[in-house]
Design a protein around this ligand. Structure first.
Ligand code: NDP
Length: 281
């Protein structure tokens, strides 16, 4: 099964389908990621906040897979937005991952109500980190349209990706459109709405018609829209299920029906980036 590459605005490519490790317990991460690599995943999405970068690194080291066949993303944690902290902690991520560079480093959250409203100097720290070779690509996560406009206007550097919540029940249309408008690739987090797509009658109906599971139908919907996804599972059968997406296609009317499930803000499962201000201890 070949995962198609998506071309980013910095001329690099990213596998459109990957594996997310949010809420994978640190002690189980090495084994879980090893299983995902055996299933065929070559793109891993972690974060400092998840506390499991070391487990990701352990699995990569044990895999014997060539570095240039793997794509590794991590994210700067919320307590480290000041440039000095960002520099130190991005270097610490490389240590924990056992890598001399990541493929993609993101600012995890904009935190517009923290740091005197400054996320621009944080973005500049990522720009410098890339220039020094610590990351091949840099991007942001949970950035709203005005946050994107501001970092682009003030630094002239356009993020390669914006990783935002998107699933059939939350289209996140303004942030998605603003990203696309800047030429920024959209990474859709919680792509199967944390399993809730399994309970939706419209998605179940389409799944029955095409002979697939609701999770596969939802993931296929993302892929056909061009978004990058990395569903999370600790179960090997589901890892396989979520990876088997390239031998079927959804018809235009099925795509439109799923897009029509968007509940607007009411469908949001995670925090609102405009007010989210969590800083871990
Ligand atoms: P997902 O939409 O990937 O759903 C994961 C949940 O669904 C888990 O509870 C999993 O349980 C279950 N599940 C997985 N596959 C199936 C299946 N085929 N059928 C039924 N249930 C299934 O949610 P996530 O929130 O984990 O998002 C994916 C990734 O996105 C994260 O791991 C992380 O990398 C990223 N993310 C980024 C955020 C950000 O702020 N930038 C925020 C949230 C996520 P089980 O493990 O038991 O199989």
């Amino acid at each position: 099964m070949t995962v198609p590459p998506v071309k980013l605005n910095d001329q690099t490519t990213i596998p459109q389908l990957g594996f997310g490790v949010f809420q994978v317990p640190p002690a189980e991460t090495a084994a879980t990621v090893s299983t995902a690599l055996e299933v065929g995943y070559r793109h891993i999405d972690t974060a400092q906040m998840y506390g499991n970068e070391a487990g990701v690194g352990e699995a990569i080291a044990a895999s014997g897979i060539a570095r240039d066949e793997l794509y590794v993303t991590t994210k700067l944690n919320n307590g480290f937005h000041r440039p000095d902290d960002a520099r130190r902690e991005m270097a610490a991520s490389l240590e924990r991952l056992g890598l001399d560079r990541v493929d993609l480093m993101l600012i995890h959250w904009p935190l517009p109500t923290r740091y005197d409203g400054d996320f621009v100097s944080t973005w500049q720290a990522l720009v410098d980190f890339r220039a020094e070779g610590g990351a091949t690509s840099i991007g942001v996560s949970n950035f709203q349209p005005e946050h994107l406009d501001r970092i682009v206007a003030e630094t002239g550097v356009i993020p390669a990706v914006n990783q935002i919540e998107v699933h059939p029940f939350f289209g996140n249309q303004a942030a998605r459109a603003a990203s696309v408008g800047h030429g920024i690739a959209v990474e859709a987090w919680s792509p199967i709405a944390r399993g809730q797509v399994n309970d939706d009658s419209a998605i179940k109906g389409i799944a029955a018609k095409v002979g697939r599971t609701p999770a596969q139908v939802a993931l296929r919907w993302h892929l056909q829209r061009g978004d990058i996804v990395f569903p999370k599972s600790t179960k090997v059968e589901r890892m396989r299920e979520n990876f088997a997406l390239f031998d079927f296609e959804l018809a235009a009317d099925d795509m439109a029906e799923i897009t029509g499930l968007d509940r607007g803000e009411a469908g949001r499962l995670g925090p609102d980036p405009d007010v989210f201000d969590y800083i871990p201890d």
